[in-house]
Design a protein around this ligand. Structure first.
Ligand SMILES: [Zn+2]
Length: 66
């Protein structure tokens, strides 16, 4: 499996497991609904923080769990 360089923004751990692949998130902003592109969801093994990897943008984005 391909290794990706990443760092958890919470605990700075670089260990994460894949929680989901080709995941699309839907949401609503004002009166518009949107759907994200395919994301890979990584979960930090240390603190459980979820990180969303956008394949197209080749960058990691994060989202707080509420
Ligand atoms: Zn972490």
């Amino acid at each position: 499996m391909e290794q990706k360089a990443l760092e958890c923004p919470v605990c700075k751990s670089n260990k994460a497991e894949i929680a989901g692949d080709n995941v699309k998130l839907s949401g609503r902003f004002e009166d518009k609904e949107f759907l994200t592109t395919d994301l890979t969801v990584l979960r930090c093994v240390q603190c459980g923080f979820y990180m969303f990897f956008d394949k197209n943008a080749s960058s990691f984005t994060t989202k707080e769990e509420s």
